[in-house]
Design a protein around this ligand. Structure first.
Ligand SMILES: [Zn+2]
Length: 400
């Protein structure tokens, strides 16, 4: 049975005549490139600037305009929380506030001392008939899930997104969300009571750290059970990623997700460990999805050298081990994060597609420019997944 390896290097695409990808030394990719089909990916359609969450939904074959319900559920699923249909999930930040509820530091100094204990204190809170579940993820961050009847994600954030602002009052954006807003504001009140004299905060102050005395939340999304990749395409798929968001989107579409020790979702991630996990997964799955985050982080930092080095490291430590283990090998980005822009842009991401029966474009190197002349042309995220499905003999003909 045909097997596919689908690799996303986050924010891979770049701008300009010379890019981190075109300048990177990639001997392992260079070996296969002449036999590959190349193309460009407009993940959500030309002119759309993709978020990483909507981009991954599209790459997994799910039209985000139909399936996207906000980021919160992906963060919660990716952190390992169980969600029920109708639960509303958010991303959370522990922050430092003063007695007037004004935020002094949105990240409580980024010092994560005791933050797991503080998050645990908030876990299990009851507000009327709603139960609140909270889980610490990394640094000051966490995920929070409100579970109960009649909840809605049509609410504003309590996180004002900048310091020297008071913790925001949640507001309902439609009449069905009044209860949710009330519960969120009650959560803010109770969180302050629980955290202001919390023993961990006393310890933090003694250590010269800022107290983590409030949790502000953002990115509301309602969790809905949807048809899995197996239901829709008969595809048994697994996700190997460091970042919680990607694991969360993968879980949402019914992929298995494994935690690889050393896979951190940073530029320091253990790519050898990821390669070993990919090779192991090949035995049991039709599609192995692997995510490498560092390229995007370097793009956001405007770090050309760092982005290039991340691509070189992926070639030496990851692609060298995995490329020839699969019938279908696809490498792309979920969007472009050009170093000159330091943000996601609408520029297409390059696609490299290898299968021994596919059309060889004869290009010497995998670059944005060569991809622009590639035989795949321009695809959207959902189109690329259907392309992969066809090569796995899981596509469906329209008509007879
Ligand atoms: Zn991304």
């Amino acid at each position: 049975m045909a097997k596919a390896l689908f690799v996303v290097m986050d924010g891979l695409g770049d701008r300009g005549a010379e890019t981190p990808l075109s300048k990177a030394k990639t001997p392992n990719l260079d070996k296969i490139t002449p036999n590959c089909s190349l193309g460009l990916l407009y993940t959500l359609g030309a002119g759309q600037i993709p978020g990483s969450d909507t981009a991954h939904l599209a790459l997994f074959g799910y039209n985000p305009h139909k399936y996207y319900r906000g980021r919160g559920p992906f963060e919660a699923l990716g952190a390992g929380m169980e969600l029920k249909h109708g639960d509303v999930a958010f991303r959370a930040n522990l922050c430092t506030i003063d007695d007037n509820m004004v935020i002094l530091d949105r990240r409580a100094g980024r010092a994560d001392y005791g933050m797991d204990k503080i998050y645990a204190t908030l876990d299990g809170m009851k507000i009327d008939d709603v139960t609140v579940h909270v889980l610490h993820t990394v640094e000051h961050r966490g995920a929070i899930v409100f579970s109960g009847p009649g909840l809605s994600a049509s609410v504003t954030n309590t996180d004002p997104h900048e310091a020297n602002q008071p913790v925001a009052q949640a507001k309902a954006l439609d009449s069905g969300a009044e209860k949710m807003a009330k519960v969120m504001n009650e959560f803010t009140k109770k969180a302050y009571e629980l955290l202001k004299d919390h023993p961990v905060n006393k310890e933090r102050i003694e250590k010269g750290l800022k107290p983590a005395n409030m949790a502000v939340i953002r990115g509301a999304g309602v969790f809905e059970k949807i048809d899995s990749l197996k239901d829709r395409f008969g595809l048994k798929a697994i996700c190997i990623a460091g970042g919680a968001l990607y694991k969360g989107v993968a879980k949402y579409v019914g992929m298995d997700v494994i935690n690889v020790p050393g896979a951190t979702g940073t530029t320091k991630t253990d790519l050898n460990a990821k390669a070993q996990a990919v090779i192991k997964a090949a035995d049991d799955y039709d599609l192995v999805f692997a995510h490498i985050k560092g390229t995007d982080s370097c793009g956001h930092d405007g770090d050309f050298e760092g982005k290039m080095k991340m691509i070189e490291r992926a070639d030496a430590e990851f692609f060298s081990q995995v490329i020839d283990k699969f019938d279908v090998f696809v490498l792309t980005g979920d969007h472009s994060t050009p170093v000159a822009a330091k943000r996601h842009t609408c520029d297409a991401a390059p696609i490299l597609f290898r299968n021994e029966t596919a059309r060889p474009d004869g290009a010497k190197k995998f670059t944005e420019l060569n991809c622009a002349g590639g035989s795949l042309g321009q695809l959207t995220g959902t189109e690329l997944m259907h392309f992969i499905l066809d090569y796995l003999h899981k596509g469906h003909m329209f008509g007879e």
